[in-house]
Design a protein around this ligand. Structure first.
Ligand code: ZN
Ligand code: ZN
Length: 333
């Protein structure tokens, strides 16, 4: 009996080893095949991406040369077109859509994503008109004249009117430098205008809107518009001596993102505006753009304890706020 049991134990062990070996072989085969397919896929995918990139690269380069020739080398006109007209069109088209929602409350799918419930529902048209006038004033009489010294800096220092476009990779490098420059300059200039004396005479205007809307992003005192809105965005391209196409893209992007952070709606697929919306609600929190300097200086500690912060952290909020976390902290004063 003892021997039999010994044999059966050995047989069972052998069987188990065989099974294990089989499992290892199967796994190796599956992994090997998977790796082979994956490598083949990656090779062909990168080949396709490369091809698409080359084709679209040629497309943009050709489009740029056409535009360049159309301006017949008139660099100032080209500069005005890229640094003023394109960003202004981007700003007003985007804000036009937002304003329709603010005034009419339609389309309802947008208004259901409103952060501060019951505010601007609908927006006060008199206040809105005032905001539009100030925004236009700042664009025409502050931003536009500031382009004159910038143009001369770019001519002297930059590669702004080169016939060759920068590569996409270089544009991404520039974009990260622009973003960091903006974060630093905006954060500290913004904290500066929150000093009681400067706040009273300069920044209070921008804070008239405790529940902001898109166009309020450039509703500010002229001095603030120079110091906090325009210089932080202009400095990056001036340091890098950027191409006019990069400048046009960056200015448009900066104007659209600041409009989003003021728009009052936390819409899906768009960056969260909760951070700056909270600044308008509480005044002494969330001064920056990215939030990095607020984290380092501890100026976001109250924000981090709120429902708004929970919503802010969700990268893709698909549920309308009125149906998810409706609680909005009360204004501190
Ligand atoms: Zn603001
Ligand atoms: Zn402020």
């Amino acid at each position: 009996m003892k021997t039999n049991s010994g044999y059966s134990t050995m047989a069972a062990q052998q069987k188990q080893e065989e099974k294990l070996w089989d499992a290892v072989k199967t796994s190796a085969m599956v992994l090997g095949t998977g790796l082979l397919i994956f490598t083949a896929f990656m090779n062909s995918a990168s080949w396709y991406v490369q091809k698409i990139w080359e084709t679209s690269g040629n497309f943009w380069q050709t489009a740029w040369l056409n535009l360049y020739n159309r301006f017949e080398g008139k660099e100032w006109s080209l500069f005005l077109f890229g640094a003023a007209l394109v960003p202004a069109l981007a700003f007003w088209c985007f804000n036009g859509i937002l304003m329709v929602a603010d005034v009419t409350g339609k389309p309802t799918f947008i208004t259901r994503y409103r952060i501060q419930l019951g505010k601007n529902d609908p927006v006060d048209t008199k206040k809105l008109r005032q905001a539009i006038y100030t925004a236009l004033f700042n664009q025409f009489f502050i931003s536009l004249p500031m382009l004159v010294p910038m143009f001369h800096v770019m001519k002297w220092w930059g590669n702004t009117f080169s016939k060759e476009l920068p590569t996409f990779q270089w544009f991404l490098v520039e974009l990260s430098i622009f973003t960091v420059t903006e974060e630093i300059l905006f954060y500290y200039s913004h904290r500066l205008v929150h000093l009681p004396l400067l706040y009273k005479h300069i920044h209070k205007k921008h804070h008239e809107w405790t529940a902001p809307i898109g166009v309020v992003s450039i509703y500010a005192h002229p001095l603030e518009h120079i110091l906090s809105n325009t210089l932080p965005v202009m400095t990056g391209p001036m340091i890098m001596g950027s191409h006019i196409v990069s400048i046009a893209a960056w200015f448009s992007l900066a104007l659209i993102t600041t409009s989003i952070s003021h728009c009052g709606y936390h819409l899906p697929f768009l960056p969260s505006p909760e951070f700056h919306d909270f600044h308008h609600l509480k005044f002494n929190q969330c001064y920056g753009v990215l939030g990095v300097l607020d984290y380092l200086h501890g100026t976001d500690t109250v924000f981090r304890q709120t429902k708004a912060y929970e919503r802010h952290r969700v990268l893709l909020s698909l549920t309308p706020l009125s149906e998810s976390i409706p609680e909005t902290p009360k204004r501190a004063e």
